[in-house]
Ligand binder design. Structure first.
Ligand SMILES: NC(=O)c1ccc[n+]([C@@H]2O[C@H](COP(=O)([O-])OP(=O)(O)OC[C@H]3O[C@@H](n4cnc5c(N)ncnc54)[C@H](OP(=O)(O)O)[C@@H]3O)[C@@H](O)[C@H]2O)c1
Length: 327
């Protein structure tokens, strides 16, 4: 099979959203163990902004950002279990902002017929993150009280629904009154506007002084000190992102001062390292979707050409739920 002409978004050097440039690309024929996809929907994630800005280092230049997408197999390399026409989806740290793509077959999952391409592109990175955070990083029980920051965001809305399905008490923080309504509609038991209220004091009130078993903090710089105050003795601080910037001055002694706390900084790609682990987590995610307990919440749809606008909106806290780019 010949290479195919393709379009996508490249970044020549780290910079603001304007660095995202629409460009013509060539997509190679798939090699052994690879398949080539025509992409139908691409998810936008905060990690895309970290790569664009150079906060995460680039394996090569120029960079094609993008961590999740869904589409149809159009060509198959030797030794791949997929067939032309299969509906598939994947999550990988970079490379998804393009119309066609060659992907290693062991990074793909087959989509159930009931899952649309845009739904899959809203779920692969954010939904698998929710799955590993709530089931593996810490195994949430119905007796747990759990705090989640940015509760109306892409990951946040999935966390609220999934926590409800586990029967846990969930507290979500949001940055506006509109987002409060979104978090409530997505299953959170309690919602705090952390721009208007003192969130550790409110958590203390809500939990009657008990504190939370686990805090999922993806905001980091602006919230981490308050997050530690929200934990019960020997509770777990899960810092899984840095939407307000990286934590600068954390010390191990902060964990002792908070009551012998635990802390971890997990990343999805360490929880789906093998093909088996990826398939197992995806099967659990799709079962949750099929049960109706969790649904994708797509707040914004833009053309792939408008990726810069998608980044501006995400970084300015104007989005709720997932943002999808359509090739
Ligand atoms: N470790 C992993 O494997 C993994 C995987 C997926 C995602 N993540 C992390 O999870 C987080 C959520 O990702 P997402 O794609 O779903 O994004 P998102 O939550 O939809 O967007 C980020 C949200 O963070 C809040 N925020 C607080 N301070 C902010 C600031 N200074 N600038 C921008 N936003 C701020 C905003 O909500 P409010 O206005 O309500 O405050 C904003 O909407 C990100 O930090 C991401 O890196 C980590």
């Amino acid at each position: 099979m010949d290479p195919a002409t393709d379009f996508g978004i490249i970044v020549r050097s780290p910079g603001p959203p304007e660095a995202l440039e629409w460009s013509e690309l060539q997509t190679a024929a798939p090699g052994p163990g690879e398949v080539r996809l025509v992409q139908r929907a691409i998810g936008v994630n905060f990690i895309d902004t970290y790569y664009r800005k150079g906060l995460y280092s680039w394996p090569s230049s120029p960079l094609i950002p993008g961590g999740e997408a869904a589409g149809v197999v159009e060509a198959v390399g030797e030794g791949s279990a997929f067939r032309v026409g299969d509906r598939v989806a994947y999550t990988m740290p970079i490379g998804a902002y393009r119309t066609r793509r060659v992907v290693p077959a062991d990074r793909l999952v087959k989509l159930p017929q009931t899952i649309a391409f845009d739904v899959a592109a809203a779920l692969m990175l954010k939904g698998l993150t929710t799955q590993f955070l709530l089931n593996s990083c810490y195994e949430v029980k119905s007796s747990d009280i759990v705090l989640v920051h940015a509760a109306a965001g892409g990951v946040g809305v999935l966390m609220g629904q999934w926590l409800k399905s586990l029967g846990a008490t969930s507290i979500g923080t949001v940055g506006s009154a509109d987002k409060r309504a979104v978090a409530e509609a997505n299953g959170f038991s309690h919602v705090i506007d952390y721009r208007a209220e003192d969130f550790p004091a409110r958590v203390n009130e809500i939990t009657g002084g008990r504190g939370c078993d686990v805090v999922y903090d993806s905001v980091a710089n602006d919230t981490w000190r308050g997050s530690l105050k929200c934990l019960r003795r020997r509770g777990l601080f899960v810092c899984f992102g840095q939407s307000s910037g990286p934590i600068a001055d954390f010390k191990m002694s902060d964990l002792a001062a908070g009551g012998s706390l635990y802390a971890t900084r997990p990343t999805l790609f360490d929880y789906i390292k093998t093909g088996e682990e990826l398939q197992h987590r995806a099967a659990e995610l799709f079962a949750k979707i099929a049960s109706g307990a969790v649904r994708a919440n797509i707040g914004q749809r833009l053309s792939l050409r408008d990726a810069a606008q998608a980044h501006r909106d995400l970084e300015a806290r104007r989005t709720t739920g997932a943002t999808i780019l359509l090739p």
